[in-house]
Ligand binder design. Structure first.
Ligand code: 5GP
Length: 236
């Protein structure tokens, strides 16, 4: 596979053309950002860890019937992925209240939610990724129709169920996570982007120790060790 022109550089990854017009190469970066990139850092090896973690999780989800963009892994921090049109929506699923939910609604940090809460944010850095609801999605033509919103929520809840059960066996609590979905040339809605400690919150089941990007956001230290611990438990 030949790595072609750089198409897009995001906060956590670079996307390149390949010699196949339907496939792209996704390169995971070592950069860390938080608070809409107001806080910046770098952890050597973080990109490779996220690539490995996300690959394992995408394989697990594929086995359980979730369609994903992942095709192959070609180096320690590069995946071959299906070209798709990413929906400009961040889809967030929460099992436990923390982060922006506690700030927005005053729910006590650590409250176990009575059901998995699915939320949407507009993917727009200039606007600070604002929270939006179903009707905003329709108003802004971010989705095709109401049925597509229902389909997005169904996929998000199914991914949550699979990952909750999986991480429970690894002595981890899946607190919340963000996913992105894309439409392939065949109009299939697939899981894209990544699922990693950059985009999820994981707490140790016994101690509630944070093992995700909150260690960077909150200056807790040992960021890379936490990501290594997540990979170790996934592979155990
Ligand atoms: P919160 O809204 O509490 O900041 O985040 C909820 C969940 O979504 C967390 O697991 C967080 O890591 C993830 N998340 C929210 N926004 C983003 C984003 O812009 N990028 C990434 N990678 N994850 C996000």
């Amino acid at each position: 596979m030949i790595k072609g022109e750089l198409l897009y550089e995001g906060k956590g990854k670079r996307l390149y053309k390949s010699d196949d017009e339907n496939l792209l190469i996704s390169e995971f970066k070592d950069d860390l950002t938080a608070f809409n990139a107001e806080k910046k850092g770098n952890e050597s090896g973080k990109g490779a860890l996220n690539c490995k973690i996300s690959t394992q999780l995408f394989h697990l989800l594929e086995q359980k019937g979730i369609l994903t963009h992942l095709v192959d892994v070609i180096s320690e921090n590069e995946q071959v992925v299906k070209k798709c049109k990413i929906l400009p929506i961040e889809i967030i699923v929460r099992n436990v209240a923390t982060g922006s939910l506690t700030k927005r609604l005053g729910i006590k940090d650590g409250t176990v939610l009575p059901f998995a809460l699915v939320e949407f944010c507009l993917k727009d850095d200039a606007l600070g990724d604002p929270f939006i609801n179903d009707e905003h999605c329709l108003l802004l033509n971010l989705v095709k129709d109401k049925e597509q919103i229902a389909q997005i929520k169904t996929i998000a809840r199914k991914i949550n169920e699979i990952l909750l059960n999986f991480f429970d066996t690894k002595n981890l609590r899946l607190i919340d996570f963000k996913i992105e979905l894309g439409l392939t040339k065949d109009n299939e809605l697939v899981l894209a982007d990544e699922i990693s400690p950059d985009s999820c919150r994981f707490w140790d089941k016994d101690t509630n120790e944070k093992l995700d990007k909150d260690r960077f956001r909150q200056d807790l230290g040992n960021v890379k060790m936490a990501y290594e611990e997540i990979l170790k438990r996934i592979l155990s």
